[in-house]
Design a protein around this ligand. Structure first.
Ligand SMILES: [Mg+2]
Length: 403
C-alpha cells in the first residue's frame, strides 16, 4: 500500500514572476546601473522600470517624458529584446526542471503546479525557495514566487510579495489574506471598474464580498459582477494548464530584389497584421509590443519596436502601430532596399488580464474583428479583404522562426 506523507491540504500552485524583468536584465548586464533608477524605454513609453525608479513613482506603462520628469536622474536605456528572450528561455528551463506542470503566461511569468512532488522535492514552499535561488544564481535575476491553492491567489500573492520575495497563503487563511487588500489587486479591475467601485464606497476586496453578488452585478453588469464576487470569495477553479504558451507571434514575407514603393511595403504589412491579429485572438492573447524586422539588399538586418499603452488584440490598433513603424523605417529602406519584412507581436498576455473596463467602452472595432474572423473561418481567408489588398496576390506569409 502506498502511503503518501504529503500533507492533505497543501497550497501547491506557484506563480513565479520576474521582478522588473527588462530593467533587471539591464542591471545584470551593466553593473554600473545597479542600485540606480533605470528606465527601459521604447517608442516614448516606459517598458520597465527598476525598483529604484518605481520608488520615485515611475510606472509601466507611462509616457517617457512624464517618467523622466518624475525621476530626472534615471538612466534611460533602449530595450534589447534578444537579451530578454535569452533570459526568459533560461528561466523557463528552470521552471520545467522544477515541475513538468508549467503554464507560461508571458515572457516573464508562469504558473507551476508543485502538487504531488512532496516526497521528491519537498513542500511547495521549499520548492519555491529553491526555484528563486536557482534563478538568482544561474540566470542572475530576482524573481518573486506566490504560493496558494488557486492560480488567482498565487498571482495576487506574488504581486503582494514583490520585490524579490516568497509569499505563501496557507490553506484556510485565503480570505484573511485577500479581504484587506484594495479592490485593484483583483484580476480584471482596471481604472474604470476601480472608479465605479470606489464611487460606490467599495474599497477593499472584503467590501465586495460583504455587499454580495447582486449589488456588484447591478453596478458592473452581470458577468463582471459574478466574476468579481467569485474572486472576492477566493473561488477560482482553473487548473494549471500545461502546454507551452507562445511568448511571441510573428510572420514575415520575402520581398524579392525588385524595387518597391512604399505602397507595396504597406500592402505587405497590412496583410501580415491582418493574419497576426487573427492568430492573436484565436490564441486568446493580447499583445503590448510590436517588432518590425527588416532585411536589406546587403543582407544586413534591423529591428524596430513600438509598445502600446494598453495591451490589445484589435487589428486596427495593431495596424496603426505597424504603419508608424514602417513610416519611421522608410528613409532606411529607401537608402538600402528591403528584401524581407516581418512583424512580431510580443509582451503577450492572456486576454483575461484585459481590464473589465471593456464592457463599458465602445467596442465596435472588436465586433468587426470577431465578424471578420468568423467569415474567414467559414468561407476561407480570401472571403474578406482589406481595400489596400484588392488586386494583390495575398501570398502565404511564412511563419516567423525564432532567431
Ligand atoms: Mg514580471
Amino acid at each position: 500500500v502506498f502511503v503518501s506523507d504529503e500533507p492533505r491540504e497543501l497550497a501547491s500552485i506557484l506563480h513565479a514572476d520576474l521582478d522588473s524583468f527588462y530593467a533587471s536584465v539591464e542591471q545584470r548586464d551593466h553593473p554600473e546601473l545597479r542600485g540606480r533608477p533605470v528606465i527601459v524605454g521604447g517608442g516614448g513609453v516606459v517598458l520597465a522600470a527598476s525598483y529604484e525608479a518605481k520608488a520615485r513613482g515611475v510606472r509601466t506603462p507611462m509616457n517617457g517624458r512624464e517618467a523622466v520628469a518624475l525621476c530626472p536622474e534615471a538612466v534611460v536605456v533602449k530595450p534589447r529584446f534578444d537579451a530578454y528572450v535569452d533570459a526568459s528561455r533560461a528561466v523557463f528551463d528552470i521552471f520545467r526542471d522544477t515541475t513538468p506542470l508549467v503554464e507560461g503566461i508571458s515572457i516573464d511569468e508562469a504558473f507551476l503546479d508543485a502538487g504531488g512532488l512532496y516526497r521528491v522535492s519537498g513542500s511547495p514552499r521549499e520548492i519555491g525557495a529553491r526555484l528563486r535561488e536557482r534563478v538568482r544564481v544561474e540566470v542572475g535575476l530576482p524573481i518573486t514566487v506566490g504560493i496558494a491553492r488557486t492560480k488567482f491567489l498565487a498571482k495576487v500573492a506574488s504581486a503582494v510579495g514583490k520585490p524579490d520575495g516568497l509569499l505563501e497563503v496557507p490553506p484556510g487563511t485565503e480570505l484573511d489574506f485577500l479581504h484587506p487588500l484594495p479592490v485593484e489587486r483583483l484580476w480584471g479591475v482596471g481604472a474604470v471598474t476601480s472608479r465605479k467601485l470606489r464611487d460606490a464606497g467599495l474599497f477593499t476586496v472584503g467590501d465586495l464580498a460583504s455587499v454580495g453578488e447582486p449589488l456588484l452585478a447591478s453596478l458592473l453588469g452581470r458577468g463582471a459582477g459574478a466574476h468579481l464576487y467569485a474572486l472576492s470569495m477566493a473561488r477560482d477553479p482553473r487548473r494549471v494548464e500545461v502546454g507551452r504558451r507562445r511568448r511571441s507571434i510573428g510572420s514575415q514575407r520575402a520581398m524579392g530584389r525588385r524595387p518597391k514603393t512604399q505602397e507595396d511595403l504597406e500592402a505587405s504589412v497590412v496583410g501580415i497584421v491582418d493574419r497576426l491579429g487573427k492568430r492573436l485572438r484565436k490564441a486568446e492573447r493580447v499583445c503590448r509590443t510590436m517588432i518590425l524586422r527588416l532585411r536589406f539588399d546587403d543582407f544586413t538586418r534591423v529591428t524596430r519596436s513600438r509598445t502600446l499603452y494598453e495591451p490589445t488584440d484589435g487589428t486596427q490598433v495593431l495596424m496603426t502601430a505597424a504603419r508608424q513603424l514602417l513610416d519611421d523605417a522608410m528613409p532606411m529602406i529607401r537608402d538600402k532596399g528591403c528584401t524581407l519584412i516581418g512583424l512580431s507581436l510580443t509582451n503577450l498576455d492572456s486576454n483575461d488580464s484585459l481590464q473589465l473596463a471593456l464592457p463599458f467602452d465602445e467596442h465596435h472595432q472588436e465586433k468587426l474583428d470577431i465578424t471578420i474572423d468568423g467569415l474567414r473561418d467559414r468561407f476561407g481567408a480570401g472571403a474578406v479583404t482589406r481595400a489596400v489588398l484588392i488586386g494583390r496576390d495575398p501570398g502565404m506569409a511564412a511563419p516567423m522562426l525564432p532567431d
